[in-house]
Design a protein around this ligand. Structure first.
Ligand SMILES: Nc1nc2c(c(CN[C@H]3C=C[C@H](O)[C@@H]3O)cn2[C@@H]2O[C@H](COP(=O)(O)O)[C@@H](O)[C@H]2O)c(=O)[nH]1
Length: 341
């Protein structure tokens, strides 16, 4: 049986040994206080996944679950070298960038009658078909198109061979446990094994695997096969936006030398010490924010069950980063080209 380190334990270990990134406990407490009133509002809740995001599926059926699987299999590396030169997709008279450009391209393909979310289709897609589905509305193509082709074929074949062609079968096998679904994903889909070596120890982040579980919970509206009783055991998803917003909100800090490298646009490799510290401290920082938020609610005698967890905090912070691009422009995000986030 394969050993998959826990992202939470990894984050604690990394935060305890980190040199260039630090979690600011007072800053984390202040962020929790500022979120306190918002946390019971609609946009913080599970329903926001659909109500705030027009490209996400409305349904809670097999096709909606397969949409989530396809999108999260490709949910990585949308950043561009030049902010002005980037991959964009126009869909229904709106132009989308970043993660939303991926969703727009998927919905555009479905509208064109291309069964892009069906394993039987993406298991044998050619590179040219992938290029067509994810074509850009600028001269900048989607990053890592060859890797996207490879992970699509690989994941489609596993779905066909082991799960009858639908991720819903995998969800049913998890018997309403988020941790069991996480393990099934890691055991069967190699491209989701987002791990690194840090201070000679194997650590994990599992960003796409954890967000796949979270998005499955969201698209099923926390009901039926998606009523995971341990959804609060997930951590936030260590991408390249959450660290940026945590530094902006002064809950996390970079050393001068790291800030200099980031400002120069240094491209890091997946697994580099700085990259691991940024991602691990982000997860740990959000655990502290979550803990503080729960304490604030307990003080007020309010029940926080299912209202406050790392998933909902992550979604909120990610949307916040989207909506505050301008204010955050002097905080650089770390640049890695990889299939993990
Ligand atoms: N931590 C975290 N990272 C997330 C997401 C999402 C979108 N997911 C949900 C959000 C709304 C919908 O409800 C989706 O279900 C994408 N990313 C990451 O961000 C990066 C792209 O950023 P930008 O270049 O600005 O589009 C890239 O690494 C991508 O992997 C999230 O939620 N949390």
């Amino acid at each position: 049986m394969a050993v998959f380190p826990s992202p939470l334990e990894s984050a604690k270990f990394i935060a305890d040994h980190s040199k260039d990134v630090s979690v600011d406990e007072d800053g984390a407490r202040r962020v929790a206080e500022s979120l306190f009133d918002k946390a019971t509002a609609a946009e913080f809740g599970l329903a926001g996944w659909k109500s705030l995001h027009e490209l996400n599926p409305r349904a809670t059926d097999k096709e909606a679950v397969d949409w989530v699987f396809l999108v999260d299999t490709l949910n990585f590396s949308f950043w561009s070298e030049q902010e002005q030169q980037k991959y964009l997709v126009k869909y229904k008279d709106k132009t989308y960038s970043g993660y939303w450009s991926l969703c727009a391209a998927v919905n555009r393909a479905l509208d064109e009658g291309i069964p892009i979310t069906s394993a039987s289709y993406f298991a044998t897609m050619t590179l040219d078909q992938v290029r067509h589905v994810f074509r850009s509305d600028t001269e900048v193509p989607i990053p890592l198109i060859e890797e996207r082709h490879r992970v699509l074929n690989e994941s489609g074949i596993v779905l066909l061979e082991k799960f009858g062609g639908s991720f819903l079968s995998c969800v049913k096998m998890s018997e309403k446990s988020a941790q069991k679904l996480l393990r099934l994903i890691l055991e069967n889909f190699p491209s989701y094994r987002d791990e690194a070596l840090f201070e000679k120890k194997k650590v994990s982040f599992y960003k796409r695997a954890q967000i796949l579980v979270a998005d499955t919970w969201s698209v099923l509206e926390g009901t039926g096969d998606g009523s995971f009783d341990d959804i609060s055991s997930l951590t936030i998803f260590a991408d390249y936006r959450i660290p940026q917003v945590l530094v902006h909100l002064k809950a996390m800090k970079y050393s001068e030398e790291l800030m200099k490298k980031l400002r120069e646009g240094t491209i890091f490799q997946s697994g580099d010490k700085e990259e691991v510290e940024i991602r691990g401290c982000s997860i740990w920082c959000c655990e502290l924010i979550c803990k503080n938020l729960k304490e604030l609610y307990q003080k007020k005698g309010q029940d926080t069950h299912e209202k406050i967890n790392a998933v909902l905090l992550d979604y909120y912070l990610w949307d916040y980063a989207r909506d505050h691009r301008e204010e955050m422009k002097d905080i650089p995000f770390h640049r890695v080209r990889c299939i993990y986030y």
